[in-house]
Design a protein around this ligand. Structure first.
Ligand code: SF4
Ligand code: SF4
Length: 107
């Protein structure tokens, strides 16, 4: 069963690693007008990527949040687009490296 996560703001050091890694871009910084990172639970798919990158272990499951199945499907769709975008960037970077290596070899 999917469970969304929430950030314990006390120990959070605002490093932004979770926000940059989140595949649904549902972790927001400064959305409350303060220097805090907050998870928008309606966009969370419970993938735990943020939990794994957090250096101070301050992200945990939020058992109180009731997931709307429709919102969850939308969030999963967003994560798929995010993953494809990252994959395309990686492939393009690899192709550029191969072309550059070829140019050096023929110089
Ligand atoms: S569990 Fe996944 S989708 Fe939810 S906030 Fe963390 S990285 Fe984003
Ligand atoms: S990774 Fe952890 S410490 Fe860094 S901003 Fe996110 S919740 Fe805060």
């Amino acid at each position: 069963m999917t469970t969304v996560v929430r950030i314990d703001l006390g120990p959070c050091i605002n490093c932004s690693l979770c926000r940059l890694a989140c595949p649904t871009e549902c972790i927001h910084y400064f959305s409350t007008g303060q220097r805090t990172h907050v998870v928008d639970p309606s966009g969370c798919i419970g993938c735990d990527i943020c939990v794994r990158v957090c250096p101070v272990d301050c992200i945990d499951e939020d058992p109180d949040y009731l997931i709307d199945p429709e919102q969850l499907e939308q969030a999963k769709g967003k994560a798929r687009v995010f993953a494809k975008r990252r994959h395309d960037v990686k492939v393009a970077r690899r192709e550029r490296a191969v072309v550059a290596a070829g140019a050096v070899a023929h110089a």
